[in-house]
Every structure is written in C-alpha cells, then in structure tokens.
Design a protein around this ligand. Structure first.
Ligand SMILES: *Cc1c(COP(=O)(O)O)cnc(C)c1O
Length: 385
C-alpha cells in the first residue's frame, strides 16, 4: 500500500510531542491542565438542545438532507445576517449550509485552486487554510502578521509571481490565534486587492459574536463591493457553544457559492436536517446566551491578563475571541516555552508557531477552561517562572 504524497507533504503535527508528554504524565497520575484547545467548556443553550430533541423525532429529518441546506436553514442564515449586520444575502443563491466552517474551508480548495496555484494564507491562522491547500495540491503564500501591523495579514507585500498564480485569500477577524480585530479600512483594502488580482476573498468570521468591552465585530460583507469578490463563513460553534454539532454557513458572492456547492454536492450529503433545525433556533431564537457567554469569557480574560502582568509575560488585552496571545520570554521559542510550561507546571499552552511562521515567539492561551482550573493553571505557571 502506498499513501499519496499529499499526506507526506502535511506539516508535522506540533502537538504530537505535547500529547506524548501529556499522556506520559497522566499515566503517572499527574494532573495536567490544558489551555491549548479552543473548545467552549459550557453547554449548548437549553432552548437549542430542546429544538434538537424535537427535530430528531421528525421522521422527515431521518432522510438525506438537502445538499445546500434546507430552505428554512438558509432563510434563517440570511435573516441572521440582516438582523446582526444589516447585510442582505439571497437565501437561494448566496447562502450555503456547511458541516462546520472547517469542512467548508477544506472544500473551497477543490472549487478554486488547481494544483500549483497559490492561496494567500494568514501568517498564523486556522491550520486548514494551509493544510486544505496541501491536500488539493495547492501552494501557500504566508502573509506576514506582526505586532507592528496589528496582526493584520500583509497581503500587499505578496510577490508578483505569486500573485500571478494566486486564486484565493483567507482572512479572519476577530482572529484566531492572535485575537486581533480588523478595521473597516483594512477590509476595504483587502476587497480592492482581491478585485485587482482576481482572487476569491474568504472571510472566516468564526468569532464575530465573542467580543468584550462593548466591541461589536463586523461582517466583511458590510463593506461596499464586498459581495463582488468575497464570501464569509459563519459558524455556530463558538457563538452558541455548538462545536460538537458541526453546523455553519457560507454567504456572499453567488458564483463562488455555486462552485462551492458543486464541490460539496459531489463529496458530502449535507448537514443532518435535525441539526439544521437546532441551528435555526440558535440563529433566530433568543440571543441572551451570547451576552452571558461574553461576560464569562471577559471575566476569565481579565483574570489571565492580570496574572500575565504579574508574571511579566507581555500580551495585548483582547477585545474579542477566546484567546490570549502572549509573547514568550526572550531566549525561548514558542515550542521551548510551551515545553517548559508543560514539563514544570503541568499546563498545556499552544505554541504560536503551530499556527504558521508569524506565530513564532508567542503562545496561545485559551479561555475555555472552568475558572477554578484556569486560576490554578496560571498559579502553576507563575510558580515555575
Ligand atoms: C473554531 C474556528 C472555526 C469553527 O470551525 P467549525 O468547523 O465551524 O467548528 C472556524 N475558524 C476558526 C478560525 C476557528 O478558530
């Protein structure tokens, strides 16, 4: 048996060493706290679970789902875009159900990128922007993200020979892993750039609902001309604590949505309709769970920021997302600092370098751990430094 070269081309899994150490420690009975994974620790709101309980008993939902998503789900998505952002999208031609944004991102590659063509990928970001390309025979150009440019991916420095073979560009603000937020001017420049170079601009808006201190994250589609060049992905995962349910949607440019839907209809058979029914309740039902969730994350954010300050680790106070992006002390790399914290404090943090080259020199701390465990983890880190 011979596996495809694509598998060998995937980057080494940086968490492999961390996972190995974690398992060895746990086998010795050591209590390891993980601040590595961004996966909401509080349950899905009850009214959404109730909608699912009802939907699962409907025999119609036991058959194959609609490929692009049920009419009702696409309508709910379009209504949500209008209510939340004032953005108008056609539920029939400009809206597509996804089995989570991750699935969507991976399947954008066969729709837009031929082997040997480039995707412009944030210098540090959600891994599938890069690995999705590798699995399709595409190439990645990493757009530099630095503290100096506010972690706004620098597409303007892309070399001309790359641009000549580039088809797609990913952006994502509020950002994972840096928790940076974008300005409207930045979005406008990205839209103009995509237009000039004939790129599909994909905005992964997974964290639009997770924001603090009164900040409200925008949709890229609010910007003039965005729909000519862009699609946006929204996921129920972080906003409604629905990571396990696998449901999201894409909205925007109808030609892009059509190509995207064509690929998907050849590969998957849609989202379980009962899950779509639950997501309709999430999108159109009461939204107060988001207020409570943000209060929870904001409190944890403040707790971690205060502790980092005492330890002497430098981090900007995030206005959004579930992550703190902290600089590692001088003389450490992302990986060596994460290893020290695991070895000496029995705490897992994510090395920034696992998200791409711009992540070197940082670690990501996730706020999706119960308060008491989060406090204990910070205390342990404090004691080792
Ligand atoms: C969590 C996350 C998502 C959500 O992915 P799903 O597949 O919908 O769960 C998308 N993009 C980014 C950047 C994320 O961090």
């Amino acid at each position: 048996m011979r596996t495809a070269q694509r598998i060998a081309n995937l980057p080494p899994y940086l968490f492999a060493e961390i996972d190995r150490k974690k398992e060895a420690k746990q086998a010795q009975g050591i209590d390891v706290i993980s601040l590595g994974i961004g996966d909401p620790d509080t349950p899905t709101p009850e009214h959404i679970v109730d909608a699912m309980a009802k939907a699962i008993r409907n025999p119609k939902n036991h058959q194959y789902p609609s490929y692009p998503g049920s009419k009702a789900y696409r309508h709910a998505a379009a209504t949500w875009m209008m209510n939340r952002f004032g953005v108008k999208v056609d539920p029939d031609t400009e809206t597509l159900a996804l089995i989570g944004s991750k699935e969507g991102i991976a399947h954008l590659f066969p729709a837009f990128v031929d082997p040997g063509e480039y995707t412009l990928v944030p210098g540090c970001g959600y891994p599938v922007y890069h690995t999705g390309g590798i699995l399709s025979g595409g190439l990645t150009h990493w757009m530099p993200m630095t503290a100096e440019n506010g972690f706004l991916a620098d597409f303007e420095s892309t070399p001309a020979d790359v641009l000549a073979r580039a088809k797609m560009m990913f952006l994502s603000y509020p950002n994972n892993p840096t928790s940076a937020i974008a300005t409207p001017e930045y979005f406008d420049r990205a839209i103009a750039f995509a237009r000039e170079h004939d790129l599909l601009l994909v905005h992964d808006n997974a964290y639009s609902e997770i924001a603090f201190d009164g900040y409200r994250a925008p949709s890229l589609l609010e910007r003039p001309g965005a729909k000519d060049v862009a699609i946006e992905l929204f996921s129920c995962s972080k906003a409604y604590n629905m990571t396990g349910w696998r449901v999201a949607f894409a909205v925007g440019n109808p030609e892009a949505i059509k190509a995207f839907a064509t690929v998907k209809s050849n590969i998957d058979s849609g989202v379980f309709t009962a899950v779509q029914d639950a997501a309709i309740e999430a999108l159109t039902g009461p939204q107060d769970s988001i207020v409570a969730l943000n209060a929870l994350y904001q409190r944890r954010r403040d707790l971690v920021m205060e502790a980092l300050d005492t330890i002497g680790l430098e981090a900007a106070t995030p206005k959004a997302t579930i992550y703190i992006w902290a600089r590692v002390p001088k003389s450490f790399t992302s990986a060596s600092f994460a290893a020290k914290v695991l070895d000496e404090a029995n705490v897992i943090v994510a090395p920034g370098s696992s998200y791409g080259p711009s992540g070197e020199g940082y670690i990501r701390i996730s706020l999706t751990t119960p308060d008491a465990r989060l406090e204990e983890a910070i205390e342990r880190i404090k004691n080792t430094l």
